[in-house]
Every structure is written in C-alpha cells, then in structure tokens.
Ligand binder design. Structure first.
Ligand code: UD1
Ligand code: CA
Length: 497
C-alpha cells in the first residue's frame, strides 16, 4: 500500500506554475503562441483567469521564448504573478525547477499543493482546476495527473497503469513501446504535486530519454519508487486541456469556446437566433432578454442591457448598449448607446460616440467623439465628429460636422431642440444655440444665437429658357421644350403649379 502524504497538506494553500516558455514555431508568427487570442483574450490570459478562481497563494509563470512580449503581457493580466525566466528550454521538469528557484529567490517556499498548467489551454476552467486540486488533496497524493481519454493519443504522454489500475508512470510518445502507444489515457499536462515531494523530486529528474529533456512527468515514477500515492483523474471534457499549436487549432478552439460562451448566455436568458454566426468574447456581459440577431460580434468589454436587440450583421467592440436599445447593421467601437436609442442600419460609431437615451443615429451616419443628447436625432447620411448635440435636437440629412481645418480638430455644439436642415456644414469651432435653426444647404461658420435661423445661401435666381439656349440639342433641352409647349397649350388650366 503506497504511503499517503500527511493530511496536514489537505486544504492547504494552492500554488500554480504556468509554463509558457515555448515559442510555438508552428504558429508561424511574430507573436508568441500564448499571446494569440481567442474570444478576446490571449490564451495565457484565459489560463490565468481560470487559475485565479483558485485564489492561489502563489502564481509563477515561466517565460522564455519571446519573454520581452510574454512577460509584460502576463504582468498586466496577472499583476501578482511571479515571472520566472527559463533562458533555454530543457523540458517541463527544467521549467518547473526554474519556477521553484524563482520562488526561493523571493524568500518564499511553496507549500501545500502545487499545480502545473500550460499557458496555451484557453478552454480550461477554474472549476476543473479546483475539482482536480480537491481530488488530489483528498487522496493525499504525492502527484496527481489530470488525464484524459482522447480520440487520438498521438504525441501525448501515456498514463501507464498496472493490472489493479494503479498509476505506474507517464511514458512520453517518443519513449513508449508499441503496447504503450495503444494506451488512450493521456497526460493532459496538468499535474498536481505535494510541494514537499516536488522539491525532493525535481533534482532527481534526469534527461536520459529520447528527447534529452528533463521530463516533469518522470516525477510520477519517482513517487512510485518512493512508495508514495499517485492518482490520475480523467477529465471528461478533455477539450479543456487541449492546447493550440497552430492557427488551425487556434480557430478550432476559438469556435468551441464561442459555442460555450453563446450557450452560457442562452441559459442566462439571452435569445441568440443563430449561434453559429454569433461571436461573443469572454468578457462581454449581457442582460436578460437581450436578443442577438445573426452575424453579430460582441467583442472586448461590450455590455448590453435588458431587452436590447443587436444585429443582424453588427460588430461592437468595447461598447455599452443600454436597455431596450436597437442596434442594426452597425460597426461600433468604444461607443455608448443609451437606453431605448436606435442605431443603424449602416451606422459607424467610432470611439467616444455617446448616443443619449431614446436618441437616434440613422443610416449611413458616422460619429466620432460626439455626444448626442437625449432624444436627439441624426437620421441620415451624416458625419458627426467632435460634437455635442443637445437633447431633442434634430440634424438634417446629409450634414457634415467639419471638425478638421487641416491642422487641428475643433468642436461643434448644437443646442437643445435645435433643428438644422438638410445638407448643412458646421465649420468648427462653431455653436448653434438652443432652439436655433438653419436653412437647407447652410454652411455655418459663425455662431447662431439661440432661437435664430441661420441661412447662408443667397436668394435663388431662375434663368428662364436656360436649357433650350445653353444646352440646345440635348435630351435636357428637348424635355424642357416639351414642357414649355405643353404649358402653352394648357394655358389657363393651372399647369403644373
Ligand atoms: C507534455 C508532457 C506530456 C503531455 C503533453 C500534453 C512532459 C515531459 N510531457 O509533452 O506528457 O501529454 O505535454 O500536452 O511534460 N515548456 C516550457 N519549458 C520547457 C518545455 C516546455 O515552458 O523547457 C512548456 C511549453 O511552452 C508548453 C508546455 O510546457 O506549454 C509543454 O511542453 P511541450 O514541449 O509541448 O511538451 P509535450 O512534448 O507536448
Ligand atoms: Ca505540447
């Protein structure tokens, strides 16, 4: 009977070592593998989020390849994590040794349970890690393996058990014999250790194997040789431990993650008409009774309020959509859409756009750095840059807020309940007062006082017979002539008015 590690180790602190020193050549990318993104987070960020659910006493991230990229990223995602630098990658056993040394270097000692995870398994959840740590601790194991039965075990370390089912060792693919290669129970790579056993085992791990690497997995046999308990707990949802090594696998895991996120929101009361064409990032927050129509991407830190309808064919990056709002065929970034407001179709909300409650941004309207007041409307074909539009104001079709003089940007302010007509140009900096108005085609270069009507185009002049004389022989002249003779023959019956 193998010796169980002392029960004092139970419900003891948990520390986590995240291995992220590999470069990931198969990504064929200048971006290190663990920094590739799925569902709006890097792969390593997903792992760090899962790890944080354990409230670990210590998190150590081992970085090596591209550490000038990976290190700062990890420190931003997990400010309390300790970075351990593995200059050269001599295997997982070596990586963990480097991690333990980094802990010693800051005058700490790992105690209780030490989990080892990889930085490229985005689907891993905190619940799975906690459950695994709990099993490891309950069984008082020196080492536990989070194993899995995968359809194709090629490339993985195999979990070798004896006839009683006791775990004997992990044998790497390259070191396995023909029989061992038939084993479908694999090492996911996630291992749990009793901290004291780990400290004793690491120096004993050698590199006399097919790859000439220090295999962390050799700790399993070392534990057995020392008569200690080893456990292997198959994870049912083995996709959680899958890593992405190339772009194909990255896309596959991204699709699976999206499916899981979409299903979670549907269980929370969100209607998703077409899950297959709906993409929701991990950090998005949706209220109950939100409806998402096909072809919609909700990205980054986007938040959507109750009863809002988003889509079809809409992309919102880091946007806030208020309750009951309607956003149709729109592209938005860092924009806020107020309660009950309507946006689209074919609108472009650029950063700093704030649409007030019950406001409206209509077809072919682009906004940037613009606050559109409560109930204010920009319904058609306009550019609104660097502007403030007061509540209840209405902006006519085809209006341009000319914010850029070629050197600097300037602001335009439109007052409350102002009504500006079609095809206006506001040459910033300029202000239209509360309740003021403009005529069609006005180019507003000077401030308009409250209540005034601004008209900039001159009075209209008609030059009779212009087409017949200046465009003689054209269909235009012909049409004009026909209309004139028609008018002459119907003289006195009112004509066309
Ligand atoms: C490892 C396991 C294998 C398991 C498989 C699961 C060992 C010896 N083998 O094999 O049993 O089935 O993972 O995917 O542990 N890393 C470092 N520094 C190193 C070496 C690796 O940080 O020196 C990191 C890598 O970036 C990677 C992870 O550790 O994230 C696994 O390393 P890898 O070389 O891919 O191990 P495998 O051969 O796949
Ligand atoms: Ca691997």
């Amino acid at each position: 009977m193998p010796t169980r590690v002392p029960s004092s180790a139970q419900s003891s602190p948990v520390s986590v070592i995240v291995l992220a020193a590999g470069g990931g050549t198969r990504m064929r990318s200048k971006t290190m593998k663990v920094l590739h993104r799925v569902a709006g987070r890097s792969m390593v960020e997903h792992v760090l989020v899962a790890v944080s659910a354990l409230e670990p006493a210590r998190v150590v991230a081992v970085v090596g390849h591209g550490r000038e990229q990976v290190g700062p990223h990890i420190q931003q995602a997990a400010p309390h994590a300790l970075l351990a630098v593995q200059e050269e990658q001599h295997g997982t056993g070596h990586a963990v040794r480097v991690a333990v040394e980094a802990v010693t270097a800051v005058d700490e000692r790992l105690q209780g349970t030490v989990l080892v995870a990889y930085g490229d398994t985005p689907l891993l959840t905190g619940e799975s890690l906690s459950a695994f740590a709990a099993e490891h601790e309950a069984a008082q194991c020196a080492v536990s393996i989070l194993s899995g039965e995968v359809p194709d075990p090629t490339g993985y370390g195999r979990v070798v058990r004896d006839e009683d089912g006791e775990v004997l060792a992990i044998v790497e693919e390259k070191d396995a014999d023909a029989d061992q290669r038939l084993i479908r129970e694999i090492n996911s790579g996630i291992l749990a250790f009793d901290a004291e056993f780990l400290a004793e085992a690491l120096p004993q791990i050698g590199n006399d194997n097919a790859k000439g690497e220090y295999y962390l997995t050799d700790a399993v046999q070392l534990a057995r040789d020392a008569g200690l308990t080893v456990g292997a707990y198959p994870i049912e949802d083995w996709l959680q431990t899958e890593g992405a090594n190339d772009r194909k696998q990255l896309a596959d895991l991204g699709r699976i993650m999206n499916q899981r996120i979409v299903e979670r929101w549907m269980r929370e009361g969100v209607s998703v008409m077409d899950p297959a064409t709906t993409w929701i990032d991990a950090d998005v927050v949706l209220a109950q009774d939100v409806t998402i129509l096909p072809g919609t991407q909700l990205l980054g830190a986007t938040v959507v309020g109750e009863d809002a309808v988003v889509g079809p064919d809409t992309t919102l990056q880091d946007c806030e959509v208020g309750a009951g709002a309607r956003v149709v065929r729109t592209h938005g970034e860092l924009a806020v859409v107020g309660e009950g407001a309507t946006v689209g179709p074919f609108s472009y909300l650029r950063p700093g756009s704030v649409v007030g409650a019950a406001g409206k941004i209509g077809a072919f309207v682009e906004t940037k750095n613009a606050t559109i007041g409560e109930g204010a409307k920009v319904p058609h074909l306009s550019y609104v840059g660097d502007a403030e539009i007061g509540e209840g104001a209405n902006i006519g079709a085809g209006t341009i807020f000319a914010n850029y003089d070629g050197v600097a940007k300037h602001r335009t302010r439109i007052g409350r309940h102002a009504k500006t007509a079609s095809n206006n140009t506001f040459v910033a900096p300029v202000e239209v007062g509360d309740g003021a108005g403009t005529g069609a085609g006005t180019v507003v270069r000077r401030d308009v006082p409250p209540g005034a009507l601004a008209v900039s185009s001159g009075p209209q002049r008609n030059l009779p017979g212009w087409a017949q004389t200046r465009r003689a022989g054209t269909p235009q002249a012909e049409a004009a002539e026909q209309a004139a003779s028609h008018d002459r023959s119907h003289d006195g019956d009112g004509g066309l008015g």
